[in-house]
Each structure stands twice: as C-alpha cells, then as structure tokens.
Design a protein around this ligand. Sequence first.
Ligand code: GTP
Length: 622
Amino acid sequence: MEEFPCDVIRNFSIIAHIDHGKSTLADRLLELTGTIQKKSTGTNQQVLDKLKVERERGITECDLSLIAQWTVKAQTASMIHVANGKPHLLNLIDTPGHVDFAWEVSRSLAACQGALLLVDATQGVQAQSISVFHIAKERGLTIIPVLNKIDLPASQPERIAAQLQSTFGINPLDILQISAKTGKGVEDVLRAIIERVPPPAGDTEKPLKAFLFDSLYDRYRGVISLVAIQDGVLRKGDKIASCHTRKKYEVTEVGVMHPEEVPTSSLQPGQVGFVACNMKESSEAHIGDTLHRLGVPVDPMPGFQPTKAMVYAGVFPVDSNDFIKLEESIKRLTLTDRSVTIQRESSTALGQGCRLGFLGTLHMDVFRQRLEDEYDASIIITAPTVPYKVVYKDRTVLVSNPTEFPDVTDTSSKVKEVQEPVVKASIIVPEEYLGEMMDLCFSHRAEDLDHRYLDAGTTTSARAILTCTIPLSEIVTDFFDQLKSRSSGYASFDYEDGGYKTSDLAKMVFLLNGKPVDALAIIVHRSAQQNIGRLWVKKLHKVIPRQLFEVPIQAAVGKKIIARETLSAMRADVTAGLYGGHYERKMKHLENQKESKRRMKRIGSVDLPQEAFFDILSTKNK
Ligand SMILES: Nc1nc2c(ncn2[C@@H]2O[C@H](COP(=O)(O)OP(=O)(O)OP(=O)(O)O)[C@@H](O)[C@H]2O)c(=O)[nH]1
C-alpha cells in the first residue's frame, strides 16, 4: 500500500436515482480494471429474488434493489488502473440509494473527493438525482455528469443533457455518454475520474485519523468497519479508540476491498479499506465516527450525529409465550443492522414486546420481513409512529409511543404545545399528473406547495418538480403507495429532514366496552379525527368476534367520543330444547338469559384474540 501515495489515489462514489444503473456501471468499472472477471449476469437479480419483500406495499423493483444493497455487502471496492504510465488506486465508495438512508449517503460522500452523477438517458433527472446532487455539492465534491443507457432507442441524450444544464448548471460539454450495459464509453469514465477528481490530502507523519463511513457484519469476525484514512498509518496490532464511544480496540486485520477483503500490511493516508478490531455489535460502528490511536486523540471529523430513528413501532409475538424467542431473534437481526434501536415495551392488550426505532418505513418493512422470513416469527406490529415533541412550561419531552402521549385536551396536563417532525418533500412527475399530485399532498396536510418545470422550453411531455413541507407522520402510512398508483408509477419522490413544527395533535384511543385498548392508541391531527375515528371503529367492528353481550366500540379524544359502533350480542337459543306450548317457561328462560347478560356486561371484559389485533394492525399499517 506504500506504493500508492495520495497523488495516485482517487476516492469517488456513484450517485444516482434508483435503477439508473449504478450497480451495472460499478460492475463494468471493476471488470475494466481487472478487479473482477467479466460475468454474463449480474448478481443483484439473484439477491432480489431471494429476498421476497412484499410487493403489495408499493415496494417496487427499485426499492428491492436498495434492500439488496443494504443487506448484502456494500459495494465499496478498490481498483488498480494504469494511467499515464502510473498505477492508480481508485476507490469506489458505495452509497445507499433510498431516502431512509439520506444521512448515511452524506457520510459516505464525506470519504470521497468526487462523484459520478449517473442519470438514465431515457428517464432524465429524478427526485433522488436532485437530492444526491445537492448532498455531493454541499460536500464540495467534483461532480462528473454521466448519461447512461444510451444504447436504448428511447434515450434522449441531448434533451437530458439540457435538463442537467438547466437543473444543475452543468456544462453539456462535461457530460459523458455511456452504456453501462454494453460497456460503451466506460473507458472515458475511468479517464475522467483520474483527470477530474482531485487526489485526497493526508499526511503520513500526523497522528492516525481514520474516518468510519460504513460497516459490514461477519458472522465469525464480528463487525468489519470501512474507513478512509485521513492522516497517519493504520496497521495490524495497533491499539485504537473511537472518538464517539471512547471504546478501545486492537486491530486484528486491515486490508482493502478488491472487491473481496484482501489483507494488507497497512492502510496509508488517502486510502480506503477495512479494519477488523473485535467490535461485537454493529451498533458500535457509528457511521461518521473517527478512530484514532489509543492515547493520541485527534479532532473528530465534523458533523457527526448518532443515527436518528424516525419511525417507531411496537413488535409483539402473536403467542405471548414466544416473547423470549422474539427478543432473541430481534437482537440477532440487529447485529447486521446497525440502524435499528430497541427498547422493551409492555402492553396490557398484547403483553411483552419490543419498541423498535427505524430510519423510515421501508426500513421498518424490510426488518419485519426479515424477522418473519429468517426467524419464522409470527408477530404483531403496531401502527408506525413518529417522534413527537411535547412542550411543557419547563421541559420538552420526546414521545415515540402513543400510550405515553398526554391528554392534551385536559387543561391540567400543563402541555403548552405539541410539535411534530416535518420533511421537505420533492416529487417529480410528468405534468399531466401534477394536479393529482397536488391533491395528494393537500390531503396529507402539505404546506408551502410550489412547482416548476424541469424541461423548460420543450413542448412534449414536460415534467414538473413539486416541492412542499409535509408532516412525516403523513408519509409513513400510505403516501408512497398512493403516489405510485395515482401517477401510474411515474412519480419519483424524495425528502429531507425539515425539523419540527407546532401542530394540533391529540391522542385517539379506542374503547371496547368502555375500556381503552392501549395497543390501538394513535396520534391524530384534529382535521382527521372524525374520518379516522369512524374508519377504525368500523374496522374493529369487522374483526372483533361477537361476544355474549353487546359491546360498544368507541373512538375517543380526551373525554369526547368521536365515533361509535355497537357489536351486537351473540344470541344463544335458550328456548331450543323446549317443546311448543309452554309460553311461560319460554319467557322465563329468556328473562334469565337477559339478566345473566346484563350481569356479564357489567363485569365482563371483551375477549379480544391476538388474531384480531393482527388483522386490524396489518390493515392499519397500510
Ligand atoms: N439498456 C441498458 N440497460 C441498462 C444500462 N445500465 C443498466 N441497465 C439496466 O437497468 C436496470 C437497473 O440497473 P442497476 O445497475 O441495477 O441500477 P441501480 O438500481 O442504479 O443499481 P442499484 O445500485 O443496485 O440499485 C437493470 O435492469 C440493468 O440491466 C444500460 O446502459 N443500458
């Protein structure tokens, strides 16, 4: 590794909207540099087929490819390529492709000096092309624009080049045109990386400073961290520590991804590689953390934030005896998924369970699917909630479980206001769907709606970009599904954190026979109380089995009942055994039945099987 000083190193990423060909181009680059053998089919598809994540929730092919990326080894790889008579070390650093992982995209880009902005020449700029472009720009990276799929007859390189110019201010002369599939133009990409991307800076003499930008989990060796060496040299046997957790480790192995792990004697400044150091759990490898030599502290890389869960849900076993098994399964899964947070939770209705925090709803769905698939776990997952801020006179409390949400309608609760997380969303659609998309946004409490056209001056099928601020809670339910179906699949969507906003929210509880069911509580905006209340009592009415007595099903906000349905009693035919004629005896039996039902109603609690929860919550989550 000593043969590769900074001036012959290039660290770069491929940034693209999902499906624009990132993996295909990465494969071509690896083949062209002799890092991997040319293969006839991509491996991605096999991974996708293996992970049968439900398609019904609008998880499209694109999202599936994210899942593949995210559950299999990251595609960070080092290649050696000879240019101008000198071997160069090119490090391709992988970035996740989905909005749920925007924070991680930003961290992986911090390990690069350049980025290939890959845009499909048949599709043009999409929502994620814009968001990743801005992240790369903010980080000061050199951007190499590349139009892909020019082999397709439907490709329109000139038009898309004009789009790149008008959207990003890119000079059309800088744009490369390639087909990652056939390999056409890919040599030019390698040349551009070497010529345009600046080499990293770094000093061998300075104390060790390694930037942790990704991690993998190996069943035998534990966590493998991917690092970019800023300064100093990292060797096997070194004693190191983390700036964030302050934990100490001894390096058992260093090396590069070529594309498999290849051990090396050291990692030098500017280089990118892996380090194994007996980290036991993925949660120890904080993306964005800085590693230093033990006893020689350095300034950590700026902008570090621990992972922030944005969607929470309770997970309970269908059979409450299975809790220990479920908890064990969850813990084993989180070994390979550093972004899930876990806390124990107990519910009167559902028993013991875990409250899990996810980066987004897709993340949640993938986790659930993996839990069900890999551990054969029959689980009930409660409706997703976002973290709300409840502001009291003297303190602010973050609430991520509706059962802990105070009754804001009660003036003695001393709640000053409630705030909810919002996101800045952008949607790109052909203009004929613009009205439909605006409607969708308005019905999800969007504000500051704005739009402009992407293809200024073109007459055929112009596309518009719609931007708005929207509460996160509105997009964690069915927003994505509706977006796809109401735009016939054409809309692309992305969002970024928009902070917190004061909002008129309250807790809605559902009462069965006058008793609240904790696991069903939800936080609802005032404008939606009536609709949601009515909808859910109807749904409950459908799934709850009839009891021996009449059961009122009510939705309430504070003391106010918003909606009600009545589940009529099951009527046992107590007169069945009587032969005709005996009118008084028949009446006596019926009177007895009435009386015992009256008593039962008074003392009786509703027998609600776990399956009913499963039914209601699995539809509620959609
Ligand atoms: N015709 C044609 N198809 C391409 C080209 N590049 C990629 N594709 C196809 O486009 C689809 C998406 O390609 P991927 O490389 O998986 O794109 P990606 O979604 O950005 O990659 P991930 O990072 O895995 O999500 C695949 O079916 C590829 O075969 C190209 O240059 N021409």
